[in-house]
Each structure stands twice: as C-alpha cells, then as structure tokens.
Unconditional design. Structure first.
Length: 66
C-alpha cells in the first residue's frame, strides 16, 4: 500500500477539493497522482507557495515550499 499525504496544509489547500491523504495499491499511480497534485497546487493556488513531492518509504509526501 502506498500513500500520499500533505506535510502541511495551507489555507488554499484547506479550501480546495483535494484530499490530504490518499492510498494506492500501485507505487506508480501514487507517485503520478502526487506529482499531478503538486503541479496543480503550484499552478492554481494563491501563487505564494510551490509544492514538491518526496518519497519516504511507501509514502509520497507533498511538501509546502515557501
């Protein structure tokens, strides 16, 4: 099982339709979803933050980069 989680939820994330935690059976699907989420948030949120993805074991953590 592979998971995606947010390191820290900014106000924009809390107002979004996105889920802070998701689980996947497949590593590729989890990585692809996390990458798409990070790109979407960087592009569409308030423009004050950028987001990136790091892998920690079976967890893909989306980091808030100021």
């Amino acid at each position: 099982m592979f998971t995606i989680s947010m390191e820290k939820e900014c106000t924009c994330f809390k107002r979004s339709r996105l889920k802070s935690e998701q689980s996947f059976e497949n590593e590729e699907e989890a990585f692809e979803t996390a990458t798409v989420m990070a790109k979407e948030m960087t592009r569409d949120f308030c423009k004050n933050h950028a987001f990136s993805v790091v892998k920690e074991g079976n967890n893909f953590l989306i980091l808030l980069m100021s």
